[in-house]
Design a protein around this ligand. Structure first.
Ligand SMILES: [Zn+2]
Length: 447
């Protein structure tokens, strides 16, 4: 358990392990002393100075410097990080938190950890600390095991968390989904004893209206196209998109961002039972289009298709979708980078610029229309899998585009959201809550 806060009390007057950052090598060597001189390519060192433990860092990039510091502080109960080295401490603070964060609530020997960020001007720390808290909230939801978070308990947690916030919530339960005809979402959830739901959150605080849609598959066994054991690991976090859009909505309200948000979270478990949906099913979607089920493990695009079509009622100015959609995204871009798709260049630019600030890297991929033909099916309007094995992330995007509003941004976040077991050097070994800060930054720039 990690708590973070800002302080304007100088580190020397505080308890705990102190962190000092140097931007020049000479300064660093002066501080750590001659015995270290041979070996200064180490970026962070724990050193004893005047009887105190100090982490001394020589780093050029504030984000990765923060990540190195966070690793050093992950086993320390109280750390004090001096942020005055950088004019804007944003990247440093979030870097520290991402690697210091651990998920130990189910361990017998859980550890209370605290990190204080020092700056004489505490206002400079407000945004980075709130953004980091938002990401920790999303990470915790994504990291919770699937026997704890399911389509019902996800909703309960969010209801609990919005009590004091100016956010209205509505849930479409099974009967409502049947009445409204969200049959793709119902199909994916059919195999579970816990029925699917569509959670809708509304925050009204400005003329610009953004729609946020996140994939909420609380466990993905693959359905009858069942995953082999090694690919089923991590599938408790197949609701990362849902956790991220929920958290971004909560923190937009906490930070009073001047924008209006409509958030749609389709929630389902993709399991096997006598009731589960099958390959070769043809399902009438909420949009009216019929969808052939070519693979029950391509379920994320199905629940999102209904949510996207449903969101059109609200006439949002921009709709954004986040989903751990395809393994192909990881093949293409690895764990550090998300695939960005946008129907308008100006929106792609907005996301690219915001992502440079938050250090959540995106790479734009094409919505290449000539590939649409691979989603054709002789008996239905569209197939949920492609005829070809290549370009899997693009094929997922093209499927979703059939149901999406005209102005639409989509992030396939499979790699960066599911990065765990040490796949990345910017986060501890859990699902990451990637994209929470990016959404907050985008909304701040739009509002
Ligand atoms: Zn799947």
């Amino acid at each position: 358990m990690l708590t973070i806060s800002a302080t304007d009390i100088p580190p020397e007057r505080l308890e705990g392990v102190k962190v000092k950052i140097f931007t020049s090598k000479d300064e660093f060597i002066d501080f750590i002393g001659p015995i270290w001189k041979e070996d200064v390519d180490e970026e962070c060192e724990l050193v004893r100075k005047n009887g105190e433990t100090v982490v001394a860092c020589f780093c050029k990039d504030p984000f990765y410097c923060g990540a190195e510091i966070g690793k050093k502080l992950s086993s320390v109960s109280l750390g004090v990080v001096d942020t005055t080295t950088y004019e804007d401490p944003y990247k440093l603070v979030v870097g520290v938190v991402l690697t210091a964060w651990t998920f130990d609530k189910y361990k017998s020997n859980r550890m209370e950890k605290k990190i204080l960020f020092y700056n004489p001007n505490k206002d400079k720390l407000k945004k980075p600390i709130e953004h980091a808290k938002a990401q920790m909230f999303a990470r915790e939801l994504a990291t919770e095991p699937p026997n704890i978070i399911n389509p019902k308990t996800f909703v309960d947690r969010i209801f609990e968390s919005i009590k004091e916030l100016p956010i209205e919530a509505e849930v479409l339960e099974k009967d409502d989904l049947e009445r409204e005809g969200l049959n793709l979402l119902l199909s994916v959830g059919k195999g579970s004893d816990i029925p699917p739901r569509l959670l809708i959150l509304r925050y009204n605080n400005g003329k610009q209206k953004i729609g946020l849609i996140g994939k909420g598959v609380t466990f993905d066994a693959g359905g009858y196209c069942i995953k082999p054991a090694e690919y089923m690991r991590g599938m408790h976090a197949d609701m990362s998109g849902a956790a991220v859009v929920a958290s971004a909505t909560l923190w937009a309200a906490k930070l009073n961002i001047p924008i209006s948000i409509n958030t749609y979270i389709p929630l389902a478990e993709n399991l096997i039972s006598g009731r589960a949906y099958k390959v070769e099913d043809i399902v009438r979607s909420y949009s009216g289009k019929s969808v052939h089920i070519g693979n029950t493990d391509a379920e994320g695009r199905l629940i999102l298709a209904d949510a996207l079509a449903y969101s059109k009622k609200d006439m949002n100015n921009l709709t954004v979708t986040l989903a751990t959609l395809t393994g192909a995204q990881i093949v293409a871009l690895g764990y550090d980078i998300a695939a960005l798709y946008a129907t308008k260049d100006e929106d792609a630019n907005l996301f690219e610029e915001a992502s440079r600030y938050t250090n959540e890297i995106v790479w734009r991929m094409p919505l290449y229309e000539r590939y649409r033909k691979y989603l054709k099916h002789p008996s239905a309007d569209i197939n949920n899998i492609s005829k070809i094995r290549q370009a899997g992330s693009i094929m997922g995007a093209l499927f979703l585009k059939e149901f999406a509003p005209e102005r639409w941004v989509y992030l396939d976040i499979a790699g960066p959201a599911l990065a765990f077991e040490g796949n990345v050097d910017w986060a501890s070994e859990y699902p990451t809550g990637w994209g929470t800060r990016l959404l907050l930054e985008v909304m701040e720039r739009m509002g």
